[in-house]
Design a protein around this ligand. Structure first.
Ligand code: FEO
Ligand code: CA
Ligand code: CA
Length: 620
């Protein structure tokens, strides 16, 4: 495959091409047998027959309750297919910041509609492809930490390059436009604005010096020529979803890090390299200009990526920390809650077809204002098993259970999890925990390969060729996130009830008025409402007819009802959501818009927007 072909692939298509899943998964075969015995699967077409019954039975309560009022504070909106943003009547929106906007005065005007941003200015502006974000109260100032997941080389490099960098300088430009932005925001005369030159403003890129902690820090697998101690990695990359600690720091989640590595010569195709989809040609040709990204020169460098990385938004001089205790995989987000006894619990998804949902539990206890030492470096990583009887368990990834060393279970968590019979999931995206009760939700965005070799349907992922996705919910035993068992159900199966009248129509809480595909970002608001963002097929054709552009919906998890709140410009996904301190403004990320949104001239620009109510009341 030529370079220019690779850059044209979406990350999802890149995953599909690399397809790192093992062909066989023993546990799946066991589940398939179990489900068949129970009569859920009637024939060759698993979902069209028995599993549909399963899905319907599971959601009877949602249907029964659907008649109840959803308690939404807005009138739901219809779909859109245009290049605009739409919000309900009584709400307004405005752009907060776009790719290329200056964070410091000396970068004012750095963005040019024809040529983008120069390499000199590239780490002084807001990065591209905004994703997860959180807002922090830093001594009364409102500070947002926000990810820039990836970069579009064809937009950022000279047109003649066809998206392939031709020099180390061009590689640096691409590196600088990704990573994390920390920025102060404040209410101006006409809505929130970025506070230029704020002492809190900071860019963290693929080059920023970091450190690491936890059991795998300093292990041989972490050592490189530039860092023989294996303790000082550089850069955080493909920062997707986000999280926040109980002590007010930001968690950025390294997702498709594999795509940044390539090889200019021979390299060892170890199980770890293959299972993480690393190798061959990198998406951005970094390896041709920077040995750090060249597997044939630095085989351990990829082991230093794919972690949960903690950033202190209150201290622009702080060194970000990669937490190896939380495992290495394609991290979507990190949802931190507390166990009943005060231990810290972090739920995390690995976004790839057939990968897993994980939980980390600290050994120490968190108390407000107390020491946080060791809370993210000393604990146990678990992986989820969703039984077909709607019970579940967290299986500890210990050396005993996996036959691997502790360090290996963390660096190669996927391999460890496969050994203990974790349940393969339909691409785990964001996990959101209810603020008032012990319940957690994970968006399983879609899985084109479900039902294929090595990935039979299972009860939590019941549809073959699942193009719509579902949201799985679990309630831990004893209402304690620290418990090792749980009960689960599906809060919603997305689908299209206009095109299908079988299980691909979706669960009963999906109607022709609220349908969507590919749930991805999720967050609970202060009222216990679940905000759902989508990143799916926005063709509005065929199986997706009537679903329109990507969108943000609000789910009532008591009644099951779901209402559409916002629609994005065509081409964009909606990702990243946080609120200002008094909750009167919601900040929403609009990633990879099509056309020339939002300026109407030049390249499309990923942006963070602000949404508020005209009557000044809280938005959630
Ligand atoms: Fe970056 Fe899984 O989304
Ligand atoms: Ca995502
Ligand atoms: Ca996605």
């Amino acid at each position: 495959m030529k370079d220019q072909d690779i850059v044209d692939l979406s990350w999802d298509e890149f995953d599909e091409m690399r397809d790192p899943r093992p062909a066989e998964n023993d546990f799946d075969k066991v589940v398939e047998r179990a489900i068949t015995r129970r009569g859920f699967l009637g024939g060759a077409l698993a979902f069209g027959s028995g599993a549909a019954v399963f899905g319907t039975a599971m959601l009877t309560s949602a249907r029964a309750q659907a008649a109840a009022h959803g308690g939404f504070a807005f009138e739901p909106i219809g779909i859109s297919t245009d290049h605009e943003i739409h919000v309900p009547e009584g709400y307004q929106w405005k752009t907060l910041v776009r790719w290329g906007d200056a964070l410091w005065s000396d970068a004012e005007g750095a963005y040019d509609a024809e040529t983008g941003v120069s390499v000199e200015m590239s780490d002084k502006v807001f990065g591209e492809n905004t994703d997860g974000m959180e807002l922090f109260d830093v001594d009364g100032k409102e500070v947002i930490a926000v990810n820039s997941e990836y970069v579009n080389p064809k937009i950022n490099l000279p047109a003649a390059s066809e998206g392939v960098p031709a020099s180390a300088e061009e590689v640096m430009l691409l590196k600088n436009l990704q990573g994390v932005t920390v920025m102060e925001v404040a209410m101006g005369n006409d809505g929130y604005e970025v506070v230029k030159d704020s002492p809190h403003n900071r860019r963290i890129t693929h080059e920023t010096q970091m450190t690491m902690d936890g059991p795998a820090a300093g292990h041989d697998l972490m050592k490189t020529n530039a860092d023989p101690e294996g303790m000082s990695p550089k850069g955080t990359m493909n920062n997707c979803g986000s999280g926040r600690t109980l002590w007010g720091t930001y968690l950025t989640c390294e997702e498709n890090f594999n795509g940044y590595f390539g090889a200019t010569g021979a390299y060892d195709e170890t199980e770890g390299v293959v299972r993480y989809g690393i190798g061959g040609e990198g998406r951005y040709a970094y390896e041709k200009f920077d040995a750090r990204y060249d597997l044939s020169q630095e085989p351990n460098e990829p082991n230093r990526h794919g972690w949960i990385t903690e950033i202190d938004p209150s201290d622009p001089d702080s060194t970000p920390v990669k937490h190896t205790a939380l495992g290495r995989f394609k991290h979507e987000n990190a949802e931190m809650v507390q166990a009943a006894d005060g231990r810290v619990v972090v739920y995390m998804g690995d976004d790839e077809r057939g990968e897993f949902i994980y939980r980390y539990v600290s050994n120490g206890f968190y108390e407000e204002g107390g020491s946080t030492e060791g809370l993210l470096s000393d604990g146990q990583l678990f992986v989820a098993k969703f039984n077909d009887d709607m019970t579940g368990e967290w299986i500890a990834l210990t050396p005993d259970a996996t036959g691997m060393s502790l360090e290996e279970t963390l660096v190669f968590s996927r391999i460890a999890a496969s050994k203990v019979g974790a349940t393969t999931m339909d691409r785990p995206e964001w996990i959101a925990a209810h603020p008032a009760k012990a319940e957690a939700y994970c968006a399983l965005t879609n899985n084109s390969k479900r039902g294929g070799d090595g990935m039979p349907v299972n009860a939590a992922n019941p549809r073959e060729t699942n193009e719509y996705g579902q949201i799985v919910r679990w309630v831990p035993a004893g209402d304690d996130h620290g418990a090792d068992t749980f009960n689960w159900d599906l809060y919603v199966m997305a689908g299209n009830p206009v095109v299908y009248d079988n299980a691909y129509a979706g669960s009963e809480n999906v109607t022709d008025g609220n349908m969507f595909n590919s749930p991805d970002g999720m967050a609970f608001d202060s009222q216990g409402m679940l905000w759902i963002q989508t990143d799916g097929d926005d063709s509005n054709e065929g199986d997706f007819e009537g679903q329109g552009n990507n969108q943000m919906l609000v789910g009532n998890t008591e009644t099951g009802e779901i209402a559409r709140f916002l629609t994005a410009p065509n081409g964009a996904e909606v990702t990243g959501l946080c609120w200002n301190l008094d909750r009167t403004v919601a900040f929403v990320g609009i990633q990879h818009p099509g056309g020339s949104w939002p300026d109407g001239n030049g390249a499309p620009r990923s942006s963070v927007i602000q949404v508020w109510r005209e009557d000044g009341q809280p938005v959630g």
